[in-house]
Design a protein around this ligand. Structure first.
Ligand code: DX5
Ligand code: ZN
Length: 223
């Protein structure tokens, strides 16, 4: 299982240092939470900060941009140019989802779609054959450190079935990613639903232990 550190609860004034701690601990898939103060009630960072982070971390680390923004159709290219390898867009914020996914993939990035907790799976089934990843939100987006919403289990199990069916019919394998409230105590169960990529923010970056110690706890839970 890939553990994707979300830097939202890290020390953002030392973003590169926080990320380096995660990389040194063996985590090399960075989940970058981009918020615009419009689609979600919070603001984080955009392409210039990501470009600097890319310089600081080098090319070995995967940058996964979770775009919680209203205008991804207009500006996704800026995130790819800044060094993002993977772009996930919210289905709730996009009118022409198929066009956007196709454009992201043509631009050389892998493409994901994100579902808020209240958004049904049916919203994305028509584009499933075009996707590299589906991100199921297990909190309402906007803030780190919230509690896991358990009703996502049903959605993830159905998504896993739909992907298995697609693969059986010769279609593409799609990664299931989860984001929000994932901790050492619930990650094993989440994995059993078919999730192979878990975003962890406050479970890694907190004042109880170091990132390396928290990651070790997660790995122990997954044994
Ligand atoms: C929420 C973000 C998440 C979140 C993860 O809008 O997309 O990545 O910050 O943080 P935790 O693990 O603390 O819920
Ligand atoms: Zn996120």
């Amino acid at each position: 299982m890939i553990i994707a550190p979300s830097v939202l609860t890290a020390d953002l004034s030392n973003l590169a240092e926080s990320c380096k701690k995660a990389v040194d601990a063996g985590l090399n898939w960075m989940h970058l939470d981009v918020m615009d103060g419009n689609f979600v009630p919070n603001l984080t960072f955009g392409p210039p900060v990501i470009r600097s982070l890319r310089k600081a971390l080098g090319d070995e680390v995967t940058f996964d941009a979770h775009l919680m923004i209203s205008n991804a159709e207009e500006c996704f290219q800026d995130y790819i140019d800044a060094g993002c390898n993977h772009i996930s867009v919210h289905v709730e914020a996009t009118t022409h989802l198929h066009r956007l996914i196709t454009a992201i993939r043509s631009a050389g990035a892998s493409a994901g779609v994100v579902l808020n907790p209240s958004t049904p799976l049916t919203e994305i089934l028509e584009v499933l054959p075009e996707l590299d990843l589906v991100l199921v939100m297990s909190v309402n987006p906007g803030f780190g450190g919230q509690s896991f919403i358990p009703t996502v289990e049903n959605k993830i199990r159905k998504l896993k079935q739909a992907i298995d069916e697609q693969v059986k019919n010769g279609g593409r394998e799609v990664t299931i990613q989860i984001d929000g409230g994932v901790k050492a105590f619930n990650i094993k169960e989440i994995q059993s639903w078919g999730v192979t990529n878990a975003v962890v923010g406050s479970g890694l970056f907190n004042n109880k232990a170091s990132v390396a110690q928290n990651y070790a706890e997660i790995l122990k839970a997954l044994e």
